[in-house]
Write a protein that binds this ligand. Structure first.
Ligand code: HEC
Length: 110
């Protein structure tokens, strides 16, 4: 009986740790990658800078699988005209497949 309770408590603690630490770590990793690749030169999370905020991008494409699939190519190839005519994003070439995928996943989870 006692050990069952202890086991349960342990399981709950484990779930809680995962629930808190998992996404937070993912967030940090994505954030650092975006920072190291210079994305924040033009993008911010919650407000419009030179480029649209990552939150606005997430809201727009999260439920649009077709565009979501194109985002890696768009980031690599550059973007213009999707958010008005004011600015263009030049091609972000120095990114591996894995880095682009990680960035897209991270942006869409904002
Ligand atoms: C020189 C400034 C600049 C930099 C650096 C930059 N962006 Fe952008 N980004 C923009 C602008 C401006 C737009 C909006 C372009 C448009 O209207 O289509 C944009 C749009 C986007 C979009 C939306 C594309 C679409 O189809 O709507 C994504 C996703 C994105 N950027 C990701 C990134 C990532 C990831 C990085 C870092 C690797 C990055 N950007 C670096 C300026 C920049």
């Amino acid at each position: 009986m006692n050990s069952t309770i202890r086991l349960l408590a342990f399981a709950c603690a484990a779930v809680r740790t995962y629930a808190v630490a998992g996404p937070a770590e993912d967030f940090d990793r994505g954030y650092q990658l975006a920072e190291s690749k210079g994305c924040f030169d033009c993008h911010a999370l919650g407000y419009k800078d030179v480029g649209p905020s990552f939150r606005a991008i997430a809201q727009r494409y999260r439920f649009d699988p077709e565009h979501e699939d194109r985002l890696p190519y768009i980031i690599r190839g550059g973007s213009a005209g999707h958010w008005g005519e004011r600015f263009v994003m030049w091609p972000q070439r120095r990114l591996s497949n894995q880095e682009v995928e990680q960035l897209v996943g991270w942006i869409l989870s904002q």
